[in-house]
Ligand binder design. Sequence first.
Ligand code: DAT
Ligand code: MG
Length: 152
Amino acid sequence: TFSERSFVMIKPDGVSRQIVGKIISRFEERGYKLVAVKSVTPSKELAKEHYVDLAQRPFYPGLVDYITSGTPVVALVWEGKDVIRQGRRMVGATNPLQSDPGSIRGTYAVSVGRNIIHASDSFESATKEIGLWFNDKEMSSYQPTAWPWIFS
Ligand code: DAT
Ligand code: MG
């Protein structure tokens, strides 16, 4: 729907490689509204809970170590039409060998274990992840001036 929201996280490799601005620009330029943003150095608990659905996978410990490397992540909430599905398309496939060259992963990533960015994969995970990373006071309410020319 019109007010759909997705949770996006620029992972430590994206921050360390100093492409935060470029990634944020892609969502801004597409027409999405930035509802929340912060730099976070995640605890183990937060990283484990974020990826709890993958807890049984062999790569889970390494994934948690990567997210909690000590280098911060940038947590974002974007809002707008179809932002969950469009956000996934903009991010690209999990495995960089499969990610479209025009996608964010297809532009910046070559390893599945260093794939730069996370985006929610469903309404349910978006709701869970936004609640995990942000509280209501951190979410802003405003109307971007261009919105009537982006959504109809
Ligand atoms: P996505 O991040 O595209 O939603 P996912 O939820 O299946 O993918 O997995 C979360 C992250 O875990 C993914 O971004 C990178 C890591 N990962 C997934 N599959 C992996 C694998 N086979 N080996 C190493 N890391 C993997
Ligand atoms: Mg996922």
